[in-house]
Design a protein around this ligand. Structure first.
Ligand code: G1P
Length: 296
């Protein structure tokens, strides 16, 4: 590695403490991140995206009632022993590829739902003094390669902080963090000059929203530690990124891919349909069923 190469991104943080009230009653007992898109929990897509990007350690910021996530990424000893006794090798392989290596996953609890910024801050001891990736699993991103892999490549060229962005209809900008762009490096890569969390539609500096994937420098933690509540009375990550923008470069990366906001019922249903149609083992059988449903 040349002396100029930025420090390697080895860890990813997944904030998974949210209550999932928009999906009640499904999420009364089951964490919303364990709801399935086709046959895989939403959180697993994000973990696989991180693995594809070369990430080595997975940090889950969980909360009460989220034990199923920890169990999902553990070895299910009795299940695997039973499958082995029955000669179910394909199923064993599915489970094997689900598990991080021994010691490669950490779980920390966000004890109070104080906001995304607070959830990220709860990971500070595990992340330590190194750059890290952050992925909000609700935002399911279908891309080849995945969004995080694209971002790591951009980070290897530019260093600093990278924020995945995408354009949304103007009337939706108030639901997200929004960026303002400065210098263009290439058609997908621009410097960020300003950010705002959940602006009024008329105040948004652009239609480019923060899409739930970030590469951040560890100096963000000192900003988060002092962060006052912002939009919605919550400690907002975007507000601490705005402060860090005074000291460090932030790049907006317009990834190649399609986002499904699985925090929303329509986005979640769309993800199920799109991922099912895309699956070689399911798509060809599902398409005529879907066509017939639509035709009524
Ligand atoms: C969070 C971020 C926001 C981002 C969004 C993407 O908001 O604060 O900047 O645009 O995720 O989903 P939340 O969805 O937690 O309200």
């Amino acid at each position: 590695m040349s002396p100029k190469s930025p420090a390697k991104v080895r860890k990813v943080v997944f904030p998974v403490a949210g209550l999932g009230t928009r999906f009640l009653p499904a999420t009364k007992v089951i964490p919303k991140e364990m709801l399935t898109v086709v046959d895989k929990p939403v959180i697993q897509y994000a973990v696989e995206e991180a693995i594809e990007a070369g990430i080595e350690h997975f940090v889950f910021v969980t909360g009460r009632g989220k034990n199923a996530i920890e169990d999902h990424f553990d070895l299910a000893f009795e299940l695997e022993a039973t499958l082995k006794a029955r000669g179910k090798t394909a199923e064993i392989e599915i489970l094997r590829t689900t598990r991080p290596l021994y010691g490669a996953a950490s779980f920390v609890r966000q004890q109070e739902p104080l906001g995304l910024g607070h959830a990220v801050w709860c990971a500070r001891e595990i992340v330590g003094n190194e750059p890290f990736a952050l992925a909000l699993p609700d935002m399911l991103i279908h891309g080849q390669p995945g969004c995080l892999a694209q971002m790591i490549e951009t980070y290897n060229t530019h260093g600093g902080n990278i924020v995945a962005v995408e354009e949304v209809p103007h009337e939706h900008v108030n639901r997200y963090g929004v960026v303002a762009l400065g210098k263009t490096f290439d058609k997908r890569t621009h410097s960020i000059t300003a950010m705002v969390e959940k602006p009024k539609i008329e105040d948004a500096p652009s239609d480019l929203i923060i899409s739930g994937r970030y590469i951040l420098q560890p100096e963000i933690f000192a900003k988060l530690e002092l962060q006052k509540p912002g939009a919605g009375g919550e400690i907002q990550l975007t507000d601490s990124m705005i402060e860090l923008l005074a000291d460090q470069a932030f790049i907006a990366y317009q990834f190649d891919g399609k986002t499904y906001d699985c925090g929303d019922k329509i986005g979640y249903l769309a993800a199920n349909v799109a991922y099912a149609l895309d699956r070689p083992d399911i798509g060809p059988k599902f398409r005529p069923v879907l066509d017939a449903l639509i035709r009524g």
